[in-house]
Design a protein around this ligand. Structure first.
Ligand code: G
Ligand code: G
Ligand code: MN
Ligand code: NA
Length: 252
């Protein structure tokens, strides 16, 4: 109960902040996009990751509001970076309750209008378990979001029960290949599974982004499998906005 009160205060007093993790093209290892990842700058416990508070916030009904703040903050930040690096993409995670929020499309439209971000450069990430819980409802909402010009990514791809028929029913553009597949690539059975997951993505015309790439061997295998984009500690960890800004200046 104390944490509940603290979380509401955190929202009022804007104790949340966003870190950003680069998404790179595997050819040149250039940053082509960033994923916004929320942190709680707790007054006494320091900087907390989403695992420490996001489920509680969701249960308390704080997302959609927190989610709307995250989207607005990330878009405003990205517009600045895009002035330096045109075409830089921004990925923002959506939670289950945001997808269930009847005002979601309106909220996203407002943020697009207010920040002036090019919708084509915004990618909204949904975990496949969330997207597939209510397939018909999801397809409708994702369709409405896509009419705004944004793109949709299925996060943690391959870990849910994404039967192929379900995948075909959702208007999705990108799949984030779950890091469990990337890390399993170290042995030959795992590599075969990763290849199959990438093949499924291609069959549906979806652009794959490999997650959790931690070493050069994994990156090399992904290049061999024609995976164009990746994210992971090998390239960069999630970092504060100022550091990401420095990284972009160095690379441009
Ligand atoms: O680095 P990391 O610990 O930031 O993220 C852990 C998990 O929290 C990931 O599964 C990620 O998708 C989720 N997450 C991080 N930031 C956000 C956010 O802004 N909104 C939602 N809904 N989930 C997030
Ligand atoms: O939204 P999602 O579940 O994909 O969030 C990304 C999460 O993965 C964040 O918690 C981020 O810190 C974490 N992450 C990013 N790169 C790596 C990596 O190379 N290895 C591991 N173990 N985790 C990573
Ligand atoms: Mn994600
Ligand atoms: Na993920």
């Amino acid at each position: 109960r104390r944490e509940a009160a603290e979380l509401w205060t955190a929202l009022e007093e804007e104790q949340f902040e966003l870190h950003y993790q680069p998404i790179v093209d595997l050819d040149g290892e250039h940053t082509v996009g960033v994923e916004a990842l929320v942190r709680w700058n707790h007054p006494t416990r320091g900087l907390l990751g989403p695992v420490a508070f996001l489920d509680t916030a969701e249960t308390l009904g704080m997302l959609p509001r927190l989610g709307a703040w995250i989207l607005r903050e990330a878009c405003a930040q990205a517009v600045g970076w895009q002035a330096q690096q045109p075409g830089l993409e921004l990925n923002v995670n959506l939670s289950a309750s945001q997808l269930a929020d009847p005002h979601l499309v309106e909220r996203v439209r407002e943020v697009l209008d207010d920040t002036g971000i090019d919708p084509a450069l915004l990618v909204l990430e949904l975990t496949e378990t969330v997207a597939l819980t209510d397939l018909i409802g999801s397809a409708e909402i994702l369709g409405a979001l896509k009419k705004l010009g944004v793109r949709i990514a299925l996060d943690d791809f391959g870990t849910g029960y994404s039967s192929l028929s379900h995948l075909g029913a959702l208007p999705v553009d990108v799949v984030k290949i779950d890091r469990s597949f990337v890390q399993a690539m170290d042995d030959s059975d795992g590599a075969t599974v990763a290849e199959a997951v990438l093949q499924i993505a291609r069959t549906f015309g979806l652009a794959p982004v490999a997650e959790g790439v931690e070493d050069q061997a994994q990156a090399a295998r992904l290049r061999d499998l024609d995976c164009a984009q990746a994210q992971g500690f090998l390239f960069a960890r999630p970092m504060p906005a100022a550091d990401l800004g420095d990284l972009l200046v160095r690379q441009n």
